[in-house]
Structure formats: structure tokens, C-alpha cells
Write a protein that binds this ligand. Structure first.
Ligand code: AMP
Length: 284
């Protein structure tokens, strides 16, 4: 595995691979690698001859009161994990080289970026879209794998890549979960042991919704309200939002109709840690 920190060197290497007709995939991360990231790598490894991983804690997607400075950055450990997962190139640039002073362009993904995560975290998806387009330009892959854990992010990236004719396939990978169902996340380490136990309520909420839908119910608004009550029963859990949405537009849906796909999306504050999760289903 080759570690590259200079965007110009990464881009030149990627160009060379293109000329040699190497089929390449990229997995973009902010580091603090865990099983969820490694499953994205496995998916990329199955399809690509060359797999690039990026590790970049993107300042532009954090709000002023968010955890940019305390976000974990265990680089040596990440590099070892990336190497053993079969990564060919690890691209880990410094922010100054990704955003030199002259760089003023930002991407506005439109309405989908204003809802839910976008409403709670103003500017977040503009920061995500801008860095993803830059990293695609630097790494020049044929495809990129993103996790369904960040389902709205995945939908925003699909929108941006289609709207800007970027010509890279965007693949979604299923959510990796811990034994009790909590979605694996770099932020789970912020939870105290008591909060960690309470955090499993996100998955229990999903199971409740799944059971309701599987039993034939279509009243999504009521199911969401029940699910929210279940979450609020935990002493330190406060939902930011919890809602069923249309799976491609992320518009709120109160009733499921056959032939459409929906997603239950939620963000829940557990103490000072904010967790997100989601569950998708197709109404038959
Ligand atoms: P992050 O490092 O948190 O920005 O995540 C990098 C990529 O890994 C994103 O595409 C995430 O959606 C994905 N990811 C993170 N956690 C998980 C998980 N538990 N299951 C699936 N994908 C994940």
C-alpha cells in the first residue's frame, strides 16, 4: 500500500492508472476506521483491480459547534487496517492542500440537502458535496462506495454526481451493526457505558417500525410517532428528527403506497453524542 498526502501526486498517479486501463474504486472516509468502513473496502475489492481509500476529516462539513477538533485521528492504526484490508493507495492529505486560499468554489446540492441532516447541520451537505467532487477529481475512480448508514449523504452524492455529469458509479453498501444492532460508527467511542446501552434504542426503534410495516400497516406517521415514544423512554435519548421519507427525494411521507420505497430516518442525541440511523423498505 502506498500512502500519498499530496493531491497533485495522487491525481498524477490516478491519471496514470486511467491510461493503463486499471479499473479503480474509491472508498472515502474520515478515518477512525471500523468494520463499517472495512465492509465498504470489501465491496470495492470485489469489483476493482485497484482500490484507493481517502482519509480526510473535512473541516467544511462540520458546523462551528460540532466535533471537528475532537474527532478521532488514529492515523497509524488506520494505515495498518487499510493495508490489511488490501487497499492499494491511501490518500490522506492535509486540509491546507485540499483547500488552498484561492479555492472558493462550493457546491449547493439543492432541496435534498436542506432537509433532516441538512436542516440540523446547516452547510453540512454543501461541505460534503464539495469535498466528494474534489476527491473524485483527484482520485479519478470508475466507482465510489458509500455506506447506507449515511443514507441522506448517499442520496445527496447520487444527486450531485448525476446533476454535474461526473461519470462515476456510486454504489451503496448496507449498514454494518454491532451485536445489539447499534450502527457501527467512529462516534460511538464518545458514549459512556450507560449511554452505550441506551444507544441500542435506535435499532430497537427500527425493529418496531419494521414489525409494524411487515404486519401490513401503512400509516407511517403513526408508526413514526410510536417509534419516537420508544426512543424517548430512554433517560438520555432525545430525537432531533424521526420520520419516514420518500427514499429518493427525502420528502416526508405519512402514508405508504404500493410500488414506492420509503426510509425511516432518525437522528438521536444520547447525552452529548449525536447518532443517526435509518431503515429502508419497499411497499408492495
Ligand atoms: P465516515 O468516516 O464516518 O465519514 O464514513 C465513511 C464512509 O463509511 C461513509 O460512506 C459512511 O456511510 C460509511 N460508513 C460508516 N459507518 C458505516 C456503517 N456502520 N455501515 C455502513 N457504512 C458505514
Amino acid at each position: 500500500m502506498q500512502i500519498i498526502t499530496d493531491p497533485a501526486e495522487m491525481q498524477a498517479t490516478a491519471e496514470k492508472m486511467r491510461l493503463q486501463h486499471q479499473f479503480t474504486g474509491v472508498v472515502m472516509t474520515m478515518g477512525a476506521l471500523h468494520e463499517g468502513h472495512l465492509n465498504l473496502v470489501r465491496m470495492a475489492r470485489e469489483k476493482a483491480g485497484t482500490v484507493i481509500m481517502t482519509i480526510f476529516v473535512n473541516p467544511k462539513q462540520f458546523g462551528p459547534n460540532e466535533d471537528f477538533h475532537r474527532y478521532p485521528r488514529p492515523f497509524e492504526q488506520d494505515a495498518a487496517l487499510a493495508r490489511s484490508a488490501g487497499i492499494d493507495y491511501l490518500f490522506a492529505p492535509q486540509a491546507e492542500l485540499v483547500y488552498p486560499e484561492a479555492c472558493t468554489t462550493t457546491i449547493d446540492p439543492g432541496p435534498i440537502a436542506t432537509r433532516f441532516e441538512g436542516a440540523c447541520r446547516p452547510g453540512h451537505f454543501s461541505g460534503v458535496a464539495t469535498v466528494v467532487v474534489k476527491l473524485l477529481g483527484i482520485t479519478r475512480p470508475h466507482f465510489a462506495v458509500f455506506g447506507e448508514k449515511d443514507a441522506q449523504q448517499l442520496a445527496v452524492i447520487r444527486r450531485v454526481v448525476a446533476d454535474l455529469n461526473i461519470g462515476v458509479s456510486i454504489l451503496g453498501a448496507p449498514i454494518t451493526r454491532e451485536r445489539d444492532g447499534l450502527a457501527t460508527s467512529s462516534r460511538n467511542i464518545y458514549l459512556s457505558s450507560d449511554e452505550r446501552q441506551q444507544a441500542s434504542v435506535l435499532y430497537r426503534a427500527i425493529l418496531h417500525a419494521e414489525e409494524a410495516v411487515t404486519s401490513g400497516r401503512r400509516d407511517l406517521e403513526t408508526i413514526a410517532a410510536e417509534t419516537e415514544t420508544l426512543i424517548r423512554a430512554e433517560p438520555d435519548a432525545v430525537p432531533d428528527y424521526l420520520c419516514f421519507v420518500n427514499d429518493s427525494t427525502f420528502e416526508t411521507s405519512s402514508l405508504a403506497t404500493p410500488g414506492n420505497a420509503y426510509r425511516l430516518v432518525m437522528a438521536v442525541q444520547i447525552g452529548t453524542t449525536r447518532l443517526i440511523d435509518n431503515w429502508r423498505f419497499e411497499c408492495r
